[in-house]
Design a protein around this ligand. Structure first.
Ligand SMILES: C[S@@+](CC[C@H](N)C(=O)[O-])C[C@H]1O[C@@H](n2cnc3c(N)ncnc32)[C@H](O)[C@@H]1O
Length: 258
């Protein structure tokens, strides 16, 4: 597929990409087979954010992970509080992957759970049984969320709005659609590649929005979310630059505006 170098004149759009050919095995091999330092940091911060915001809620909420792809740690981070977690994903291959993980997820996700268990909210239950009951892979597009009613109490979106298009306008629309479906006050976490030139999965190249930096991310959220300065994390040291072709990663943890 796609894409070639980013050109402002003719950016590759989300619809131009053969998402059904996304290879979850190759993607996991590149990113999640061993837990990398940057993911350990992200998981710890998201765990603390959700734990602070949701302590005492009980396991009654509806969560959503947007563009879940072959990454279970965002949904694992919501597990103690959610009786239902929608894993929204556009690619047929990734939906199949998520369905296969449901009965009993693969062993390489266990180190991520171990980091989550450092907080007591994540103890005292079997995560595989909870995941099996809560996780609901749903094939659909981030952009269609804009036409739904707000209905989720907690949400995550990791490496999606900026990693599915070269268009800054589509990136901004993606963030706004994610925000749109969260209920007022809902805590959320979202992560982005900074200045990514795109990424390879198996034999295919996928697009990214090159303009993304902390300012662009905060601008995209401004209308919709409360985000404390201390909850914006840019990770850009050498140990964090494990995925090449970008200059860092940006994690924001916040709350949907009332
Ligand atoms: C870079 S991957 C990120 C996957 C995962 N969230 C992670 O943290 O690694 C981008 C994901 O977005 C999915 N995707 C692409 N276009 C989408 C759309 N319009 N709506 C929802 N998901 C989409 C892709 O299939 C892929 O799984």
């Amino acid at each position: 597929m796609t894409s070639g170098p980013h050109t402002a004149e003719q950016p590759t759009l989300n619809k131009d990409v053969p998402w059904d050919s996304f290879d979850p095995g190759a993607y996991i091999g590149n990113n999640y087979l061993d837990m990398k330092a940057v993911d350990e940091e992200i998981v710890s911060r998201v765990r603390d954010h959700f734990s602070d915001r949701l302590r005492g809620s009980g396991r009654v909420l509806a969560g959503i992970d947007v563009g879940a792809g072959p990454n279970l740690y965002p949904s694992l981070a919501m597990l103690p509080w959610c009786e239902r977690i929608t894993l929204l994903e556009w690619s047929a291959n990734n939906i199949e992957y998520l369905e296969r993980q449901r009965p009993s997820y693969d062993a390489h996700w266990e180190p991520f759970w171990k980091v989550l268990r450092e907080d007591r909210a994540y103890r005292g239950f079997d995560p595989k049984a909870y995941f099996r009951r809560a996780a609901e892979p749903v094939q659909g597009s981030l952009f269609d969320l804009c036409r739904k009613d707000p209905q989720w109490d907690v949400g995550t979106m990791f490496f999606v709005a900026e990693s599915i298009t070269e268009s800054l306008e589509e990136f901004r629309r993606g963030v706004s659609c994610f925000m749109h479906v969260l209920r007022p006050g809902a805590p959320f976490a979202a992560a982005f590649m900074e200045h990514s030139e795109g990424y390879r999965v198996g034999d295919l190249e996928f697009p990214a929005t090159y303009e993304i930096d902390t300012t662009e991310v905060l601008t995209a959220f401004q209308k919709f979310a409360y985000i404390d300065k201390k909850d914006v994390h840019r990770m850009a040291d050498v140990g964090h630059l494990v995925r090449h072709g970008h200059t860092g990663m940006i994690l924001v943890c916040g709350r949907r505006k009332e």
